[in-house]
Design a protein around this ligand. Structure first.
Ligand SMILES: [Zn+2]
Length: 128
């Protein structure tokens, strides 16, 4: 277990605050839920070689479950805000492509290009 990468109780508080704001702004029918334990995704089979450490987040669109990689705790906060918004867009607009979601999220919450180059893939999304 890498304690170096760990969200603090303070982090969890502002994650939830920002999530609530996005839920209201996007008028989301499916309420997004942040989880920090990947056991919520244990029944999903991973295609190819994508490992959890290689992505920033994971989400199940139908139930709004969103997992955030603790690696985000060592990155500028804007990257977590961008990631939470990005995952909310996947839940709100399940048919949008990854490229479209990324474009919308980056327009609203601009991040340095380095954020996307640090991980081989931004996230994983699941349908039930
Ligand atoms: Zn995505």
């Amino acid at each position: 277990m890498y304690l170096k990468y760990r969200f603090t109780p303070n982090d969890l508080e502002w994650h939830q605050t920002i999530l609530n704001a996005f839920e209201n702004i996007l008028k989301m029918k499916i309420k997004p839920v942040l989880v920090y334990d990947r056991k919520h995704f244990s029944k999903y089979v991973y295609k190819g070689s994508t490992r959890p450490n290689a992505i920033w987040a994971e989400c199940i669109k139908e139930c709004g479950t969103i997992w955030l990689n603790p690696h985000l705790s060592s990155e500028p906060k804007v990257e977590t805000v961008n990631t939470i918004y990005h995952e909310c867009l996947h839940v709100k607009y399940p048919k949008l492509s990854e490229r479209e979601v990324r474009k919308l999220a980056d327009k609203m919450i601009p991040v340095a290009p380095s954020m996307t180059t640090k991980k081989s893939k931004f996230d994983i999304t699941h349908k039930k």
